[in-house]
Write a protein that binds this ligand. Structure first.
Ligand code: AHM
Ligand code: MG
Length: 325
């Protein structure tokens, strides 16, 4: 039986007594992603590759597609009365939406910016929170990852795939020829052990000593303490790495390094680490910042950076333990 995203949402909401409005927020996000997908697929044909010649709040160069995707997400979410406010990796501050709205949505509209112009997988990452009572402020968004009510991503790869959790397992959907998300996997579980790791090796000299020691063990393979050979992958798109890990296991890390004392890692807690960590937890994997579960971190700022180790739970536990000595 073909299960469309909407069927899945209705069934999940009913089964777990979740509010209809949560389903409508997910639908708004998925609709925006259909539009982003359309632009991604057209690429140069729609003149949307290349730099927008602007910088975001973090001083990073924005691609035209970053800017466009951000606008498509904002437009779709603002049109939904259930959305009280949103925060984007590309926006300096949060954007208020509807006073009566119940939900907050945080997102990285197009992750993997360095891959946009070279036709390598990129994605949209999203996180949904309940809006706390009272007036909307930055503080309303600063909730630990474990309080997310939903999260997911859309991967614009050889196939367009939506992965979603409403905190009752995860579900995978593949975009069909009629532009509909069709469920293609239910509750995949990440193998607890792995022989595959992902890290940007070019930063090795900047890592802290425990990460140096951990990766050296993996590289030593069968002749080292881990007693097995490891394979390495680095797509430079977190969405693609996380998707690979969901499908066949692995460990992904973007560690803390010494390049900039203000930035304990490259990835953002609110737009990247939290939503992906919730998916990991729901699929039997794990995610830490090398010291604690990412989902337990109390956020201090919307654009806060964090070190990330995520994936197969035994490997994440091993790498994390190495940092506690
Ligand atoms: P972005 O949000 O600016 O695209 O940066 C996040 C991306 C991740 O998808 C990926 O894991 C990482 O940056 C790649 O970094 P690097 O360029 O150091 O390989
Ligand atoms: Mg990103």
């Amino acid at each position: 039986m073909t299960v469309l995203l909407n069927d899945y949402l209705q069934q999940q909401l009913q089964q777990h007594g979740l509010p209809e409005k949560l389903g409508s927020v997910i639908s708004s996000i998925s609709n925006a992603c259909l539009n982003i997908n359309h632009e991604v697929r057209l690429g140069a044909l729609d003149n949307i590759l290349g730099s927008a010649h602007t910088g975001n709040i973090q001083g990073e160069e924005q691609k035209k597609l970053d800017v466009l995707s951000n606008q498509l997400m904002i437009n779709a979410l603002r049109a939904n009365p259930a959305v009280a406010g949103l925060a984007s990796e590309e926006e300096e501050t949060y954007v208020a939406a509807h006073e009566e709205g119940e939900y907050l949505v945080l997102f990285d509209p197009l992750d993997g910016s360095s891959n946009i112009d070279v036709n390598i997988s990129i994605g949209t990452i999203f996180s949904v929170l309940q809006k706390p009572a009272g007036e909307l402020s930055t503080q309303s968004f600063l909730q630990p990852g474990k309080d997310q009510v939903a999260s997911g991503y859309v991967l614009y790869g050889p196939q367009t795939i939506l992965v979603l959790t409403l905190k009752h397992g995860i579900a995978l959907f593949t975009l069909n020829e009629d532009n509909q998300f069709v469920q293609t996997a239910r509750d995949p579980k990440i193998p607890a052990d792995t022989q595959e790791f992902a890290i940007n090796m070019s930063n090795q000299r900047h890592w802290e000593t425990p990460m140096q020691a951990y990766i050296a063990e993996l590289l030593a393979g069968k002749t080292g303490p881990r007693n097995k050979d490891y394979n390495m992958r680095w797509v430079a798109s977190m969405v693609a790495e996380v998707h690979r890990i969901l499908v066949r296991g692995g460990v992904f890390t973007y560690p803390k390094d010494h390049r900039d004392a203000q930035k304990p890692g490259k990835l953002r807690l609110m737009y990247e680490a939290n939503p992906m960590s919730l998916l990991m937890a729901q699929a039997g994997g794990a995610a830490t910042n090398a010291h604690q579960n990412i989902l337990d971190i109390q956020p201090e700022g919307l654009h806060q950076r964090v070190a990330v180790i995520l994936g197969s739970r035994n490997e994440v536990a091993y790498a994390t333990a190495k940092h506690q000595a």
